[in-house]
Design a protein around this ligand. Structure first.
Ligand code: HH2
Length: 273
């Protein structure tokens, strides 16, 4: 799917698959594997050949306790990868909390801004508005991965996440962002039961009428619930969590294991009413 096709599809009702490409030394499940430019680009192309509609390029791990990465270093990691993938005709999304990084990546041809801090920063919204690209607003309890797991004290987690994302979407749209994708932020300042509840009741987020993204791939709550220590071994749990979300109306799935997800989504499409 080329960038134009991706944007058209985002406005339709197909379920889209976002492959994860972490150009980091320390991501929780694949840190260090695609840190070199050529490895990263090859892997991005592989994700597309395995069935991804878009490749999400990130240069900063947001796992609890990860070291923050200065914007210059993040740019050094991601920009050449974005450029090369765009040149190869790949639809690229930029996974960043820094408006400068988003600006440069979109300037280089990325078609989606993926902001795990929920478009809280007005300059991030301004970047998406100025370039006329859609943006993902993800919920994180506090916009700091180092602290987020200390803030899991919600009244009703679903109600609070939905309320936060509604405000962020309305703000971004009013400021000229052409489309906002909402993401409950699985694992970002949530306990295991809260993550489960967010997926069980994802229809409440879907009901807001914006496309919804789900990113449960290999996350710790799956490890806890299935007693699976190694993140790479959590594919079965990731597929189950994602299909439950798709059944409740999720339109984008962010996943590490693209081949298996493509197969699962194809079967789901055949089986769903
Ligand atoms: N999860 C991660 C990173 N970016 N973006 C969105 N929209 N939704 C998510 O759930 C999400 C995200 C964390 O996963 P990963 O990129 O594999 O790990 P790390 O942050 O350690 O690089």
């Amino acid at each position: 799917m080329n960038p134009d096709q991706f944007l058209t599809a985002l406005a339709g009702d197909d379920v889209l698959l976002m492959g994860v490409l972490n150009v980091t030394p320390d991501s929780f499940s694949d840190g260090g594997r695609y840190y070199e430019l050529s490895d990263a680009v090859d892997y991005g192309l592989r994700l597309i050949s395995e069935g991804a509609d878009i490749v999400d390029v990130g240069g900063e791990s947001t796992r609890p306790g990860a070291e923050p990465v200065p914007a210059e270093e993040e740019l050094r990691r991601v920009l050449p990868v974005v450029r090369d993938l765009v040149a190869a005709g790949v639809a690229v999304s930029i996974d960043t909390r820094h408006a400068d990084v988003a600006d440069a990546a979109v300037g280089a041809g990325a078609v989606l801004v993926n902001d795990v801090s929920g478009l809280r920063d007005p300059s991030m919204r301004a970047v998406a508005a100025r370039h006329r690209v859609p943006a993902v607003a993800m919920h994180m309890s506090v916009p700091d991965p180092a602290l987020m797991q200390q803030f899991t004290d919600y009244g009703d987690v679903v109600t609070e996440v939905v309320a936060f994302l509604l405000v962020q979407a309305e703000l971004a749209l009013a400021e000229g962002v052409p489309m906002v994708v909402l993401d409950p932020g699985i694992g970002f300042g949530k306990t295991v039961p809260q993550n489960v509840e967010l997926i069980r009741r994802l229809d409440e987020l879907v009901a807001l009428g914006h496309p919804v993204l789900i990113g449960a791939s290999r996350k710790r709550f799956i490890g806890v619930l299935t007693d699976t220590e190694q993140a790479d071994d959590r594919l079965g749990g990731s597929l189950a969590a994602h299909l439950a979300a798709v059944d409740r109306g999720a339109r984008l799935v962010r996943a590490h294991d693209v081949l298996a997800h493509r197969q699962a989504l194809t079967m789901w499409r055949h089986l769903a009413r």
